[in-house]
Design a protein around this ligand. Structure first.
Ligand code: IMP
Length: 193
């Protein structure tokens, strides 16, 4: 029987991206569909600890098999920032555009634009936790381009591409994406389990 997993996120972009990769391989139930309406906390200073906290919170509330993911943009010239603070880089209550503006300002005049997205997935299956990681290396562009996707997509150009994530369709982004790579490991694990 197909495995059903509650996905501990309120971010519809993440749900769409992972559903596109998972296809028929497993069934994703959003927390909204599971009848839960909470803002899941991300209080820790590593992606691993935040992902773990999110899946454990949802597991406590639903008792169901579930997974979560936490993603950060790690910029080499900024010592790995914004990293785990990617969502709140420009401060609490600020939006994606404020975060991009701050990033481009902090990189002004800097030639080393190397960066990577890193995703950590925490899966809770039959009361045990498993972690999976996916990394996508690339560069931060000088200017933002494109309207697709979310977050830092308009300023991130993955290695091997000439356009930003925000200029790609979701399926194109998934050829490179950190999240796709982490989900591929999750799928392989579920397949073998
Ligand atoms: P979260 O804490 O995992 O929800 O993600 C932190 C922040 O990283 C988000 O608010 C986005 O700004 C950014 N982010 C996560 N994944 C992506 C992505 O695939 N593309 C662009 N930005 C992303």
């Amino acid at each position: 029987m197909k495995t059903s997993l509650v996905f501990a996120t309120n971010n519809q972009h993440k749900v769409d991206e992972i559903r596109a990769v998972a296809g028929d391989l497993f069934n994703i139930i959003t927390i909204k569909e599971a009848g839960i309406d909470i803002d899941i906390p991300e209080p820790h200073d590593t992606l691993e600890a935040n992902a773990s906290e999110k899946s454990k919170t949802i597991h406590r509330l639903t008792g169901k098999n579930c997974f979560s993911e936490d993603t950060g943009l790690e910029v080499a010239a900024l010592n790995g920032e914004p990293g785990v603070k990617s969502a709140r880089y420009a401060g609490d209550g600020r939006n994606f555009q404020h975060n991009i503006d701050k990033l481009l300002l902090n990189l002004k005049g800097i030639n080393n634009r190397k960066a990577q997205f890193r995703t950590v997935i925490s899966l809770i299956l039959d009361d045990k936790e498993y972690l999976f990681e996916g990394v996508c290396e690339g560069n931060i562009s000088e200017e933002q381009k494109g309207l697709q996707g979310f977050g830092y997509d308009p300023v991130f150009v993955p290695d091997g591409a000439a356009i930003s994530f925000a200029e790609m369709t979701m399926n194109e982004k998934n050829k490179y994406s950190h999240r796709k790579k982490a989900v591929a490991k999750l799928i392989a694990f579920l397949h073998d389990h």
